[in-house]
Design a protein around this ligand. Structure first.
Ligand SMILES: [Zn+2]
Length: 160
């Protein structure tokens, strides 16, 4: 539910002490951590509406990008850069889309979507109401996670 439907709950979630992420509320079932970075976790879930969808979840509590001090902001964006490059390499996407909403869970996170010429959302943003999961074939999600881990590790090794 977004703040449009339950504003009081959303406001409660904005505070660290009642934020579902910071309070370690049960994660969605089947969620996988692809990589832990200094300021974020790259996670993925098999029940998405576009293959290769990932989410970069900030570790410290923040609601808006402008809440981050420069060191965390720069580190988070560098981590997003690595994830996007890995995602492009693994999926062969034409374009990576980046989305920061927080209208439901206001703990800063960035959705990463690999876009293809023949994806299900031509000329439009990703709309989970348009496609019903699953979009992965048998074994495809596990293979994606394995490939992403290798790609991220490779990019991190290059930077050292
Ligand atoms: Zn939080």
């Amino acid at each position: 539910m977004s703040f449009h439907q339950d504003f009081e709950e959303w406001e409660r979630f904005c505070r660290r002490e009642s934020c579902p992420v910071c309070q370690n509320w049960p994660e969605p079932e089947d969620h996988v951590t692809i990589q832990e970075f200094p300021t974020s976790w790259l996670i993925a879930h098999p029940r998405v509406c576009l293959r290769g969808t990932c989410c970069l979840l900030l570790k410290p509590h923040a609601v808006e990008l402008y809440d981050l001090a420069d060191p965390d902001l720069l580190t988070f964006m560098r981590e997003a850069q690595i994830c996007a490059r890995a995602l492009k390499g693994v999926t062969g996407a034409v374009k990576i889309n980046y989305e920061i909403h927080g209208n439901t869970v206001p703990h800063l996170h960035m959705h990463l979507f690999p876009r293809h010429r023949d994806d299900a959302f031509p000329g439009a943003p990703i709309d989970f109401r348009q496609v019903t999961p699953p979009v992965y074939r048998e074994g495809e999600f596990a293979a994606f996670v394995t490939a992403m881990r290798a790609a991220v590790s490779g990019l991190l090794a290059e930077r050292r």
